[in-house]
Design a binder for this molecule. Structure first.
Ligand SMILES: NC(=O)c1ccc[n+]([C@@H]2O[C@H](COP(=O)([O-])OP(=O)(O)OC[C@H]3O[C@@H](n4cnc5c(N)ncnc54)[C@H](O)[C@@H]3O)[C@@H](O)[C@H]2O)c1
Length: 265
């Protein structure tokens, strides 16, 4: 039986993933961590039925639960603090939170590699998104231009999405599209309308109610375009990736970034 604590348990992802974890036979959700609802029974909060396990807001209480794995779906600041605490306290951690800076991730990686615990970070837990990135990388060898449009619900705090950054980074390993955000002679009448820029690729972020998590990778060449589009229509799309990470944890090395490392594609 694996003992798991969910950080951000009161949020949209924390709630959705926790409800699914509670159905697994080999897993026991022994607590939650959140700045909201401290002291509330997790079962009562999630499914309206008491389990005897609570929501906490102190690392000391979480340590006393001796979890095998903690899972984090909070925000970048909170996650950065929690990951460092988990590594310092030899606790295995799975992170779905996005918005961590490149510098934060580099620091976490070097710390994790010297640690006695396992850290797994994935900016996107949906299998479809992982395949979209893989295919985009393949296509990029044959096209001269690429731009990414990522669309999310209006409550998303970080922009651009972690998935779009990862996609741009992966594509840039096989092709360099642009050296600078604006080409010579190109102007913006409204500042920012050519989007963000990383890995030689422009990223355009759309935030609207009604959306969940969507991405369109558009390649262009003379006389043609090719688009690869992925839509997460429901938060259930992330669960298979999360449970795969939980089940793979024992055989992972101390630091792993990306769900693609767990899928043979
Ligand atoms: N990796 C993926 O596949 C994936 C998918 C969807 C969302 N996400 C990311 O997961 C994160 C959470 O998304 P969400 O939609 O559930 O957000 P949300 O705002 O609904 O939930 C965040 C939760 O974290 C809690 N929280 C905030 N600060 C905290 C702190 N200091 N300590 C403890 N808890 C704290 C909030 O109270 C809230 O309950 C975001 O970074 C989002 O981009 C990742």
């Amino acid at each position: 039986m694996k003992k798991i604590v969910m950080f951000g348990i009161c949020g949209k992802m924390g709630t959705s993933i926790s409800r699914e974890l509670m159905k697994e036979e080999e897993i026991e959700l022994v607590g939650g961590f959140d700045i909201e609802n401290a002291g509330v029974d997790i079962g009562e909060f999630l499914i309206g039925k008491k389990t005897g396990y609570k929501i906490y807001n102190s690392y000391k209480d979480i340590k006393e639960l001796s979890p095998d794995i903690i899972i984090d779906f909070t925000n970048a600041n909170a996650a950065n603090k929690t990951i460092n605490w988990a590594i310092d306290n030899n606790i295995n951690i799975i992170v779905g939170t996005t918005g961590l800076s490149g510098e934060d991730l580099d620091n976490i990686e070097s710390k994790a590699l010297k640690s006695n615990s396992k850290t797994f970070i994935a900016p996107n837990f949906s299998i479809g998104a992982v395949i979209m990135i893989k295919i985009s990388k393949m296509i990029s060898k044959y096209f001269d231009n690429c731009e990414i449009i990522e669309l999310h619900h209006d409550k998303k705090k970080d922009a651009p999405s972690g998935t779009s950054i990862l996609t741009a980074e992966q594509i840039s390993l096989s092709n360099t599209f642009n050296k600078s955000r604006l080409k010579e002679g190109e102007t913006e009448t409204i500042e920012g309308c050519r989007g963000g820029f990383t890995g030689g690729i422009h990223i355009h972020s759309i935030r609207l109610p009604g959306l969940l998590a969507h991405q369109n990778v558009i390649f262009g060449a003379k006389g043609q375009t090719l688009s690869i589009k992925h839509d997460s229509l429901d938060r259930s799309s992330f669960y298979p990736g999360v449970i795969l990470a939980v089940r793979s944890m024992d055989k992972l090395s101390n630091y792993t970034f990306g769900l693609d490392k767990l899928i043979n594609i």
